[in-house]
Design a protein around this ligand. Structure first.
Ligand SMILES: Nc1ncnc2c1ncn2[C@@H]1O[C@H](COP(=O)(O)OP(=O)(O)OP(=O)(O)O)[C@@H](O)[C@H]1O
Length: 252
């Protein structure tokens, strides 16, 4: 379970998150929707300790993981804790960030072997398993540049999975995919949630949010305007802002 309580985040004078409270239950898929600039990615980045928040708390399975005061990654013991948290709460980025000088298999194995110190042979077995699971088991020895955008995205998901995290944070997981591949990625995400992993997903794709989510959160200018099960949020939106947002996305 991920719990976010009264989270505030500013970039200089720009207040991006203004007191966000959110709960993602274990094994649930929670989608974050909202206009560009509403703070969705910032919220994910705070949960993955890529950003420091100024106020509030984030708890992962009851443990506070909020970071504040002395800069991320500076102190060796902090670095250790950051690594531990990131391996439990793995993030899949909008840009795939695959290492161009490593094969797909090496990319997927890198963090578990070099950062987490796991046994190489075991990691390789898992890496191949997860690459198969996302449908690119035959691309292990290729370079990222030899893969299509959708295949690179799936490699990035396999890389996140190979760390065997208890939660996955996705920033626009299907943005570069054609509809068929999008369905494959959606299936992977649903399977992972069914295994008990918690998923927090930022998306502009309302169809996907409706299909995949247990809970949908609509952010507006750094605050939660409305949240609930997808059937309610999309079927019977209450806030005028959400109604406007949904009709704008439908006509886009
Ligand atoms: N590193 C940064 N430094 C300064 N401002 C930033 C930084 N990152 C994000 N912002 C600003 O914070 C606000 C929220 O950005 P964020 O990326 O969280 O929004 P978003 O809802 O994910 O948007 P989008 O849907 O366009 O991805 C924006 O106004 C953005 O310009």
């Amino acid at each position: 379970m991920i719990e976010i309580r009264d989270l505030h985040k500013s970039y200089g004078a720009l207040e991006v998150l203004k007191g966000v409270d959110l709960v993602a239950e274990r094994g649930h898929v929670v989608s974050l929707i909202g206009s560009s600039g509403s703070g969705k990615s910032t919220l994910l980045r705070c949960a993955n300790l890529l950003e420091e928040s100024q106020q509030g708390e984030i708890l992962f399975e009851g443990e506070p993981i909020t970071w504040r005061g002395h800069g991320l990654d500076r102190h060796p013991s902090d670095r250790h804790q950051v690594t531990r948290i990131r391996t439990n709460l793995s993030m899949v980025f909008q840009q795939f960030n695959l290492w161009s000088h490593m094969t797909i298999l090496q990319n997927v194995m890198e963090a578990p072997v070099t950062v987490m110190g796991r046994d190489k042979a075991e990691v390789e077995e898992k890496a191949r398993y997860y690459l198969d699971k996302v449908g690119i088991g035959d691309k292990c020895d290729m370079w990222p540049s030899q893969l299509s955008g959708g295949q690179q995205q799936r490699a990035a998901i396999a890389r996140g999975l190979c760390m065997e995290p208890r939660a996955l944070l996705f920033d626009e997981p299907t943005s570069a995919l054609d509809p068929e591949l999008e369905q494959e990625v959606i299936k992977v995400i649903k399977d992972l949630a069914a295994e008990g992993r918690t998923m927090l997903i930022v998306t502009h794709d309302m169809r996907m949010a409706a299909d995949i989510s247990d809970h949908v959160v609509f952010l507006h200018q750094g605050l939660i305007e409305e949240e609930g099960p997808p059937s309610e949020l999309f079927g019977n939106p209450k806030s005028e802002r959400l109604k406007q947002f949904l009709s704008a996305t439908q006509s886009a």
